[in-house]
Design a protein around this ligand. Sequence first.
Ligand code: ADP
Length: 490
Amino acid sequence: MKWWSNKYTYPLVALAIVTSVGLQAAWLTQLFQAQRIQVKRDLEEVVRNAARKNDYLSIMHGRERSENFRNFFLSPEWLLFKQSFMSMRGKGIGSARFSSDLDKDSAYIDISLRVANQKPSSAKGKKRISHVLDKGQTWASAMAADRHDLLRMDSLVKVECMRNGLNVKTSYVLYNYDTGKPTKASTWKAAQQADYRSELYAYNMNFFFHSYQLVVPSINGVVFYRMRYYLVSSCLMLLLTAAAFIFLFRVLRSQRLYTQARLAFTGNMTHELKTPVAVIEAALDAITRYELSRDPAKLENYVDISKVQLKRLNLMIDKALNLDQLDNGAIKLRPELFDVQQGLESVVTSMRLREGSSAATINYIPADTPCFVDGDPVHLTNVFYNLIDNALKYGGSPAVITVSCSCDAEQVHISIKDNGPGIARIYRERIFERFFRVPDHPDIHNVKGSGLGLHYVKQIIEKHQGKVQVRSELGKGSNFIIDIPAYHEI
Ligand code: ADP
């Protein structure tokens, strides 16, 4: 895509995340509101049902077993009828009378309404209802029976709530049936802050002293419980989206770093290859220009310099050519009984003699017993060479390097420690990646390299079923540790 530039990727991904979070939030808020409405409807239904049952029980005191009777008083139509009668009382009706009575085989319900031609002049006469007491009943016993009905209404509401999965804290406010005023101002005040208040319901048919209002201080618990699957799936979706984006960012970042590293590698390799060629060119030029064939000592010196440079060139070419083989796993090891101490010693000796390393100190601490592994001498020597070369390159000035070896029945341990600037924690894994070079190494930006050495070390050690790790602290040097399985006779 020519028109698409990588710089748009991050803003686009950020926009996608913000949009998806915003949409989820909007959707959940809408759902939350809808659920709140539904919970309120369900609570209303619960109180309505409880009032209906309580009506029925209050007339009969629970004694009547007639199917017909039960069907009538528990029908929604009857409830509607009664509720309509009650609400009509407020609408300009002069007086209303609602009473019930029982005889042996029937129940009588007397409903009478008196509608005045004009609005009643006194508020007093407006809402009065005639209370009809049963035969032999006193006001005190009627009040006690009303209280009993009220408690039953409240427990019926609680049972219905539980049955409908509405696990909420409830309370109620009692209103004077005639005046419509709350009987306790304090409970009424508290109810004003509540999430839900039901309609007013008469809870018995005999007295009409009070009406009942259910109060639920908070319905959010039930709402969240009902939304639990949506909430979990939303969170999961967000987590998955975030994980996918993080993964994408990582891939993009490592691709960018890889491209940068490749470019740096090409630059470094060009420099590394050009230097020996230039040195050899200059040596050959000097030999012909100054006719050094007549001065054998100088000639030998120039030839030696050229040989060293050619060796270096050869090593660099090998490194570059081995790269693909290494990554495809195509490199073939030729394992044999390899004396690790001998290998280390020879590398240390040649490094001590190396041009430019005279200021450095390389200490070698051998193991008390010989340490053998089943390994490829060429590759393992290269590994030692790379690690000690790095310690020289990135060590302190002057570099102090300690190479040590120890072994037990199972493992051979090799340690190469330097006094350099160390490696920051975030790079400790990454230095083993192909082409990777620590970008902000203090004091050593001028050290040239390909970023291939440690990648090669890791591959070779892992091919020997071993592992390589680095322990380092910034400012206190680095310690590369190799563990390889010890040689066992089969
Ligand atoms: P290079 O050719 O750059 O040396 P390596 O793969 O050998 O490639 O090393 C990768 C990077 O790890 C180096 O560029 C350097 O930043 C860091 N590094 C390696 N060895 C050391 C060390 N002993 N001390 C500090 N940093 C090191």
